[in-house]
Design a protein around this ligand. Structure first.
Ligand SMILES: [Zn+2]
Length: 413
């Protein structure tokens, strides 16, 4: 399944023809696995396109030569004017620093260069800790009068691969062209700035935000034998960023969710409660699929739990559970069933964006926690391709999900 999704369709950012193909693929796949009630639930999604020819050139003071920096525009970024923006660069390490600099950032390219903190054992914690630079940094710099923003890629890998991702645009503006720069590029830029603070960068981005497009979540299920109105949702997100193949993020979670439920069918297990696969659209670019699914009226049913796999297709280590302490403890009772495959760590917290709206409506959120050390080497970049996914690790994750889903479908939360 992952070979089809990544190989035949590839990168599939919200609103793109590839995302539309992924929806059709999802529907066909759920039907071919014999799921019940397979259907699409439409949602309107943003349609941002990168455009061709984006680049950043470091211009040395004597203008003798230009050195290219590897960049990727951040999702949702506006374009630069034709010919790009050429400006001096000011390096910062926090959003507060931009606010303190005040007037000094006017007209400059603000360069956020605080690396992910390597002392966090979980790379997701390091990502969360450094992520404000990408999520909020551009809007903060724009408000302070910056002309553009460069952000150090959120990865521990020291290489020349830039990592894109969402940035939160200021409603009503101002918003400025914003791009992620590779860690090697960031180090180079920082070094050059120390040598000559007046160095300039020419940034050219050709992104466009087009009108919203109709897209869909893909839904299919096994109807519960005794309590069909009690539903356990399991899913990943069908969309990805527009580079690489979206193999770990989140092709892995999509195929694991399908496989986890398909395994029950192949074993002839009919759960007491309904187990429903939802392939969410638009996680990366706005979360419209998750919001749309949770907001839809579903008379006579109650979603008791939402399980998500959106942390990569690496070897499973356990699950994070978002719920009351007694619920976390209840679910942790089943850890022994996951011991054989080493996925028996069940801890509070850790459910992800697509189940958040379900948690807000009272469901227990559950997130698969895989080994995290290599995820951000590939995340949101040209490197997120299927050759980075180990089939056995991917399958073990699906098995772990299947075990926990089935026991919850039998015993409740
Ligand atoms: Zn994801």
């Amino acid at each position: 399944m992952l070979r089809e999704l990544t190989g035949k369709i590839g990168a599939r950012v919200s609103g793109s023809p590839q995302a539309a193909a992924a929806v059709q693929w999802g529907k066909r796949t759920l039907e071919s696995k014999g799921f019940a009630n397979v259907h699409l639930e439409t949602v309107m999604v943003p349609h941002w396109v990168r455009g061709k020819g984006e680049r950043a050139m470091l211009i040395s003071p004597n203008k003798a030569r230009k050195v290219p920096l590897s960049i990727l525009a951040l999702g949702g970024s506006p374009a630069t004017p034709t010919g790009g923006i050429t400006a001096e660069v000011i390096e910062v390490h926090s959003l507060d620093e931009v606010k303190e600099l005040g007037e000094k950032v006017k007209g400059k390219i603000v360069f956020y260069n605080r690396p992910m903190n390597p002392t966090f054992p979980s790379t997701f914690d390091a990502y969360g800790d450094a992520g404000d630079q990408r999520f909020s940094g551009p809007a903060v710099a724009a408000k302070a009068g910056a002309s553009a923003v460069l952000v150090r890629s959120l990865t521990f890998a020291l290489d020349d691969v830039p990592h894109t991702g969402a940035t939160v645009l200021a409603k009503g503006g101002p918003n400025v062209p914003s791009a992620a720069v590779s860690t090697i590029g960031a180090n180079l830029l920082s070094e050059k700035l120390k040598q000559s603070p007046n160095i300039r960068v020419q940034l050219t981005l050709n992104c466009q935000t087009l009108p919203d497009v109709e897209s869909a979540n893909v839904v299919g299920e096994i109807v519960g034998s005794e309590l069909p109105g009690e539903v356990i949702v399991v899913g990943g997100h069908l969309d990805s960023w527009d580079v690489g193949q979206g193999a770990h993020d989140d092709g892995a979670g999509v195929v694991q969710s399908i496989e986890a439920v398909s395994l029950m069918k192949r074993l002839g297990l009919r759960p007491k409660r309904t187990v429903r696969v939802v392939l969410f659209m638009d996680e990366e670019n706005g979360g419209r699929g998750a919001a749309g699914y949770a907001a839809a009226p579903r008379p006579g049913e109650k979603c008791i739990a939402g399980m998500e796999s959106d942390s990569g297709g690496f070897a499973p280590r356990g699950f994070g559970v978002d719920g009351k302490p007694e619920v976390v403890n209840n679910i942790a009772r089943w850890a022994y069933l996951l011991e054989t495959i080493g996925a028996d760590k069940i801890a509070p917290g850790g459910a992800d964006a697509d189940v958040e709206p379900l948690i807000a409506k009272g469901a227990v959120g559950i997130g698969l926690i895989p080994e995290s050390q290599r995820y951000f080497d590939y995340h949101h970049s040209h490197s997120d391709t299927i050759d980075k996914v180990n089939p056995r690790e991917l399958e073990l994750g699906a098995i772990a999900m299947s075990i926990l889903l089935y026991v919850i479908a039998q015993e409740g939360v």
